[in-house]
Design a protein around this ligand. Structure first.
Ligand code: LLP
Length: 423
């Protein structure tokens, strides 16, 4: 067996492949590896901007980029510039977005366990929306809202929908730590409690059924549950959350953001929702995944009797998704992108555990050797965002490329960075 050369459809929009190089945003991946070292996250600004614009035009104003998928100041500013709000899930994410200069009036705050301090800051800066998740949170809001500014909210409901995706990234089902159950009446009770708090304006409902979803049927089902609230309570805002899937490997096909929005609009019409109702979403992965590529250097090629291990200079600390969710990826040699990938290998990292596998059965060009720079595409979402310092491995740098220029937006961590918390 062997694999065809890497599919261009898995690469960023601006990628150009030639016999000996891949150029993204007008910059050679080989040059980037030489300049910034590896591992390195490379993001194509053209892809990021085009996905943001697509979301901004497909949904109504208030559609947000889910910062949890990849966040730094440059990313927050880019999404804001392209017309999106930013959805944050913690005080830390809120802080990054505020420091980036994005106005609070474009920030949506989520979280199933927002602390008193997180709520206080969100209220003090005046965020666009706070998405209410529990009765305990409503109690905290009650004590905070009178002493600060008025608060604009959505209520998060659990629609009782089982998305067809990995169990760890499913959130719409009844048995969930997120939101208020519709089936038990909690969601209805939450609406009444929130409406009774002066200073709180409840604009509508929100649901997020899960992540990496290819089948739009689950979103359609969730929309039906949300539509009941919107009609019954006279709300004018409905957010179907994030969760649109992306293709990671050859053979996968995901709906585009435009197709997703259009299915939601058709659904809303069929459900009899007023055309003035604001239809919103919060894509994360669909905005950033395909824009990002990780570059690694091969350090060891070790044939054993069962297979060959190819070890790179990163691993589960920069991409924990294969270990956490069994997610598949592809790999290619940046100096031979058009070559047939006829060498099978297990692509592993440098961490001190056998589970540190990036690709269980990877296909690389014949004679891939020490020093070669290889790349895993579609690593823009939940890679850097979930990166760790396991084994005290410093986090990679992140560069954005556009119009023939690269700019470092996050520098590589150093051992001094790792030592800074020692007291
Ligand atoms: N909105 C809410 C309320 C969410 O909880 C999430 C993701 C999103 C939006 C964005 O979802 P996306 O469009 O990116 O699928 N670490 C996992 C994904 C966890 C997603 C958690 N919430 C992974 O690597 O697959």
């Amino acid at each position: 067996m062997s694999a065809e050369p890497i599919l261009p459809s898995l690469l960023p929009d601006s990628a150009q492949l030639s016999e000996r190089d891949v150029v993204v945003g007008g910059v050679s991946l080989r040059d980037l590896a030489a300049t910034y070292g590896t591992p390195l996250f490379v993001y194509d600004e053209a892809t990021l901007r085009s996905r943001c614009r697509e979301a901004a035009s497909a949904f109504d104003d208030g559609v947000a980029f889910a910062a949890k998928s990849f966040l730094c100041g440059a990313m927050a500013r880019l999404a804001f510039e392209e017309g999106l709000c930013i959805d944050v899930a913690t005080g830390g994410e809120l802080d990054v977005v505020l420091r980036s200069g994005v106005p609070a009036s474009r920030i949506i705050v989520h979280g199933n366990n927002k602390s008193h301090d997180e709520l206080e800051r969100a209220l003090a800066v005046g965020v666009h929306r706070l998405v209410i998740d529990s009765f305990d949170e409503i109690d905290r809001i009650r004590s905070l809202v009178s002493t600060t500014k008025p608060l604009d909210c959505l209520v998060r409901v659990t629609p009782g929908v089982e998305a067809h995706t990995h169990e760890y990234v499913r959130t719409g089902q009844e048995d969930s730590k997120f939101g208020f159950s519709v089936a038990t009446g909690d969601a209805r009770r939450a609406v009444l409690e929130l409406r009774a708090i002066s200073g709180v304006t409840l604009h509508g409902v929100h649901a997020h059924i899960g992540s990496q979803i290819f089948d739009l049927a689950g979103f359609r089902e969730s929309l039906g549950v949300l539509a009941d609230f919107v009609k019954h309570d006279g709300f004018d805002e409905l957010c179907v959350g994030g969760g649109l899937g992306v293709a990671y490997v050859a053979g996968e096909r995901a709906p585009s953001i435009t197709e997703w929005a259009s299915a939601m609009r058709t659904g809303a019409r069929e459900l009899g929702l007023d055309s003035s109702m604001r239809l919103l979403a919060e894509p994360g992965r669909a905005i950033v995944a395909q824009a990002g590529i990780t570059l690694y250097s091969v350090g060891v090629v070790k044939p054993v009797s069962q297979r060959t291990y190819v070890a790179v200079d990163g691993g589960m600390s920069d991409n924990p998704r294969p270990v956490l969710y069994g997610s598949g990826y592809e790999v290619f040699d940046v100096s031979r992108p058009l070559a047939e990938r006829s060498q099978s290998a297990r692509l592993v990292g440098k961490h001190c555990e056998s589970g540190d596998v990036l690709i269980d059965e990877a296909w690389l060009p014949e004679l891939t050797g020490v020093g070669d720079v290889i790349a895993t595409p579609v690593t823009g979402a939940y890679g850097y965002a979930m990166a760790s310092n396991y084994n005290r491995v410093p986090r990679p740098a992140v560069v954005f490329v556009a119009d023939g220029h690269a700019r470092e937006v996050l520098r590589r961590e150093t051992f001094d960075d790792l030592a800074r918390l020692e007291v």
